[in-house]
Design a protein around this ligand. Structure first.
Ligand SMILES: *Cc1c(COP(=O)(O)O)cnc(C)c1O
Length: 426
């Protein structure tokens, strides 16, 4: 076996390989801790499946209205067990994270209500959902007002500001766990719990929703373990384990889930309809794999942080800090290095490795975005992928990796591209 030789065949120079291998060796103790979290979460998933008596009848396809879709209903029970909630909605016709968030928000807010974001500006695509940027069909058009409280300069919650922003109209508080496309820290589940406790002391009836995208299985607890009324996420991120070809989930209080389901299908129909069309096997199997897939992605993110930190770039989170999501932000400060990084990620992919990524105007985003992904599922960001808006500070957001070895190759290829284009010397 000659691993160096096969890396050479894949275009990695000895210099890049040596630089990277030394970093990997130093990360072994951290990787051990990640494996311990994965082990716990793997047991949590198996237990949820066993407790709900998952069986091969649940893998059968339904069609048409999807009445009595046992596989769908049991999968929702499994999610509810996993998140320790009363109910869940886990559906292929929640077509993305944004859609799931839209259904959760519009299902639970009514004209005259106010939505509060206590963690600054939410994820880009939600700006149009909420109506922060004017958009046809936004919550704003339905008479739902919005308020946000900026984070303090050190990235923590502005509790005084939040107290002042809560008012009679505040119906729902949306808390985004992950940094998304913003260079701010991601919140730990513990921090989210503190925030929810503070909000509920002031206004117990307010619905606390957490945008859980990219956070699932990074820790051993989830936001619903610390008081969140709803968590929302995408199945082509963490909980789909790379196998779910589409889908989103909402887990939480039964009343919240029911209202979301009336928005997803129709008032009166709710959760009773919606054929799963044979997708259940990949939802179950993907969930089963998700804890180890998330561990691989975390190792890739930590490796990337340490490689690029050593080269002098600013990285969030830094090479040593605790992780609360799978995203790694690296600020390059110039568009060329950002683009070279993405070219390297693309060149490492099992699919479309020969394609050269270019910036494009993606729907829902306010600047051209470059995306590198050679994915089995289009747009899946639990698969190794990198994307960055082409605007200062020219930061790339890197995430995913169904296997650690693929994530490792991706980072080495990104560095190789940067070195080959004389943008950095080792
Ligand atoms: C990805 C993401 C979304 C939106 O999910 P899509 O599936 O891309 O629509 C929302 N919030 C956060 C924090 C995300 O990371």
């Amino acid at each position: 076996m000659n691993t160096n030789e096969i890396y050479r065949q894949l275009g990695i120079s000895q210099k890049v390989l040596d630089f990277c291998q030394e970093i990997v060796e130093g990360l072994r103790p951290r990787f051990n801790r990640i494996d311990q979290v994965a082990e716990y979460n793997q047991m949590k998933v198996i237990k949820a499946m066993q407790d709900n008596r998952v069986s091969d009848i649940h893998f059968a396809a339904t069609t048409g209205y999807g009445y009595n879709d046992l596989g769908r209903d049991t999968l929702e029970e499994v999610y509810a067990s996993l998140f320790h909630t009363e109910a869940a909605l886990v559906r292929p016709n929640l077509i993305s994270g944004t859609h799931a968030l839209h259904v959760a928000l519009s299902g639970n807010l009514r004209p005259g209500d106010e939505l509060l974001s206590p963690a600054g500006k939410p994820y880009d695509t939600l700006e149009e959902v909420i109506g922060i940027r004017d958009s046809a069909g936004s919550l704003k058009e339905y008479g739902i007002s919005y308020r946000q409280v900026e984070l303090l300069p050190d990235g923590t919650f502005d509790y005084e500001g939040i107290k002042a922003a809560l008012n009679d109209k505040t119906k729902l508080v949306t808390i985004q766990r992950s940094k998304g496309y913003d260079p701010r820290p991601t919140f730990s589940v513990g921090q989210i719990g503190d925030l929810i406790r503070f909000i509920k002391e002031l206004k117990p009836e307010v619905i606390c929703m957490v945008d859980n995208c990219y956070g699932e299985f990074v820790e051993t607890i989830e936001p619903t373990d610390v008081g969140a009324d709803m968590v929302v996420g995408s199945l082509i991120k963490n909980p789909g384990g790379g196998l779910a070809p589409i889908g989103g989930y909402i887990a939480g209080k039964k009343s919240c889930i029911d209202r979301a389901s009336y928005r997803l299908s129709a008032p009166g129909l709710g959760k009773e309809v919606g054929a799963s069309l044979g997708l259940n096997t990949s939802f179950y199997q993907g969930l089963f794999l998700a804890p180890t897939v998330v561990a691989s992605a975390l190792k890739g993110a930590i490796f990337a942080a340490n490689v690029y930190e050593k080269l002098g770039y600013s990285v969030v989170p830094d090479g040593r800090e605790e992780r609360h999501d799978i995203i790694q932000a690296i600020t390059f400060g110039d568009p060329k290095t950002l683009i070279a990084f993405c070219e390297g990620i693309q060149a490492a992919a099992p699919v479309d490795s020969f394609v050269i990524p270019e910036p494009w105007d993606m729907p829902g985003y306010d600047a051209p975005v470059i995306m590198a992904a050679g994915a089995f599922v289009q747009g899946s960001s639990i698969e190794l992928s990198a994307d960055g808006p082409i605007k200062p500070p020219y930061a790339v957001y890197f995430q995913g990796g169904l296997t650690w070895y693929h994530a490792k190759l991706g980072i080495m290829k990104s560095l190789q591209q940067i070195v080959d284009q004389n943008l950095k010397e080792l």
